[in-house]
Structures are given as structure tokens and as C-alpha cells.
Design a protein. Structure first.
Ligand SMILES: Cc1cc2nc3c(=O)[nH]c(=O)nc-3n(C[C@H](O)[C@H](O)[C@H](O)COP(=O)(O)O)c2cc1C
Length: 278
């Protein structure tokens, strides 16, 4: 699919075709996209994922994982559940140090901007000011408390989840992010998935063929462009050129807003089909 079509068609899908399995190659393709396309500071790459085929779960395990997410309707119909975690070890200054060395060694970070192995080591290990041209790494990484590494790992994994959602749409699949579990049930889910204790539960990504019409009832409400984007300073909206808007309509990014006229009828039919209360 074209990139703007992918962006314009991404919806949080809440009804999945329980009868249509997701091909394994499509799941792999999504994970491959996340690995390559997601960016993060210092190339930390703290994201981890455990893919669960819900159709193969023992009933008691399925029950436990659904209960952790309060039995949400979308969760019950999605055939694939991807559990996204963040590894705080990959949010630590030492990992930053290692990965930035690697970025220098492959020519991504250039010495003409001041990047040297010694400068990185001195800034991270001793808090020495970075040479001009480099970010002031020592100022924010030296003696960084572990809680900040946790927050960094989580934040970057959230970005990976967004990439995963777009990659899913590109494969013709529906997707939606949920919380993995309520706070009291996170430990049980982690234990079941056998993930290391230190991993932070981030989001659960539902995956499957959408049972909703392709536009899932239209594009969901968004804040007005001029209330969120500014030029030069806050209060001066970035001008929105109508020619660009019209081009983006033709190119598939901007589509009919929700609710499309037939949406509530569609939901009623979906509810009946899946046995949800109408
Ligand atoms: C991190 C995250 C968690 C979410 N959790 C839920 C959820 O538990 N249940 C649900 O129905 N939708 C959930 N959503 C979907 C949002 O409600 C949805 O993204 C929002 O309404 C905008 O709609 P759109 O994604 O279709 O554009 C979640 C979305 C994100 C990004």
C-alpha cells in the first residue's frame, strides 16, 4: 500500500474476523518493519514483543489473558495478540554508550561533528562536557537514575507500537492497542509469557482481519490542525494550505469523518454476528 493510504486507513479496529487466521509471514513482516523503521535515542532499541496465537491457547490461559484486559470485546475477537514490553537495560547510559560507539563505527555519526569514542566515554562515565557539535550527553546521561532508564525504554517502545500499527495496516490487517493488563494482573501475564521480571509491560497489540468495513465507520475525531501546530511561537497557528489538504484527500490520507451514515447499523449487525448485546 502507499504510505498515505496506510496512514489514512489506520483505525483502532474493534471487531475481527474470528474465522480468518493471520498468515505467519504477515506477522513476521510487521516485526521486521518495527525492527528497521523505529527510531530511538542512541539506537537503544528497548522494544521486545511476545506474539501469542490466541486460537491455540488453552481455555484457562485465554481466560486469564482476557480477564487481565477486562474481557474487552475487541480482544475477544482478535486472533493474534502481540504483547509489547520495554527492556530497561536498553534504556541505560551504558547501552547508549555501546550503541553510539556502534553508530560511529558504521559511519552514522560523523567525527566532523565531534563524535569520538573517547568523548562519549568521558561524558557518560565522568560527566565531562561533550565537545561542541555533539549533544551534551554527560549533562543528561551521567549518573542517570534507573527510573529514568525505565521511562526512556517505555517511551521508545510506545513509538515502536505506533510503527507496528502502521505496518499491520500495510499488510491489509486490522489492529488496535490495548493495555496489557490492569496493575494487579500485570505480574500474572508476565509470568505466563515467561518474560524477565525487569521488563516493563507496555501495550498489547490486537491483530487480525477486520470484520468492519475498510474505513471502520470513518476517520476518528482529531483536534483542529490550527490548535495543535504552530509556527515560530505558540499562538501563531501553522497555516493550513487548502491545496495541500485537497491533495491529501486525493492521495488517501484524509477520508470521510466518523460516523459514516451507515455506521450504527453496521455496529448493530456486527454485535449480532459476534453475540454481543445489541
Ligand atoms: C496505547 C493505547 C491504548 C488503547 N487502549 C484501548 C482500549 O483498551 N480499548 C479500546 O477500545 N481502545 C483502545 N485504544 C484505542 C483508542 O481509543 C483510539 O486510538 C482512539 O480512539 C483514536 O481512534 P483511532 O485509533 O481509530 O484513530 C488505545 C489506543 C492506544 C494508542
Amino acid at each position: 500500500m502507499q504510505f498515505l493510504d496506510v496512514c489514512g486507513l489506520r483505525r483502532s479496529v474493534r471487531f475481527y474476523k474470528t474465522w480468518q487466521p493471520v498468515e505467519r509471514d504477515k506477522i513476521q513482516r510487521i516485526l521486521e518493519v518495527v525492527r528497521v523503521a523505529t527510531t530511538c535515542p542512541g539506537n537503544l532499541q528497548p522494544w521486545r514483543a511476545v506474539v501469542v496465537d490466541a486460537t491455540k491457547l488453552a481455555p484457562k490461559d485465554r481466560e486469564m489473558l482476557l480477564a487481565a484486559d477486562n474481557y474487552q470485546g475487541a480482544h475477544r475477537t482478535a486472533p493474534i495478540w502481540i504483547y509489547w514490553f520495554a527492556d530497561p537495560e536498553d534504556g541505560k547510559p551504558q547501552t547508549f554508550q555501546k550503541r553510539v560507539h556502534q553508530l560511529m563505527d558504521v559511519g552514522a555519526l560523523a567525527s566532523c561533528h565531534g563524535w569520538t569514542h573517547d568523548a562519549i566515554d568521558a561524558s557518560i562515565e565522568k560527566g565531562v562536557r561533550s565537545p561542541e557539535g555533539m549533544p551534551e550527553i554527560g549533562g543528561f546521561l551521567h549518573n542517570l537514575p534507573y527510573e529514568i532508564s525505565v521511562a526512556v525504554a517505555r517511551g521508545e517502545t510506545i513509538g515502536a507500537c505506533d510503527v507496528a500499527c502502521l505496518a499491520a495496516v500495510n499488510e491489509g490487517l486490522g489492529t488496535c492497542l490495548h493495555m496489557i493488563a490492569t496493575v494487579d494482573k500485570v505480574a500474572e501475564v508476565k509470568k505466563f509469557l515467561k518474560v524477565p521480571d525487569r521488563w516493563e509491560a507496555v501495550w498489547l497489540q490486537l491483530l487480525g482481519y477486520s470484520a468492519e468495513e475498510p474505513e471502520a465507520g470513518g476517520q476518528r475525531p482529531r483536534l483542529p490542525f490550527n490548535e495543535i501546530f504552530f509556527e515560530g511561537e505558540y499562538g501563531k497557528p501553522f497555516p493550513r494550505d487548502e491545496t495541500v489538504v485537497n491533495d491529501l484527500r486525493k492521495e488517501g490520507l484524509l477520508r470521510a469523518p466518523a460516523p459514516k451514515p451507515e455506521r450504527f447499523e453496521e455496529i448493530k449487525h456486527l454485535a449480532r454476528m459476534f453475540g454481543f448485546p445489541v
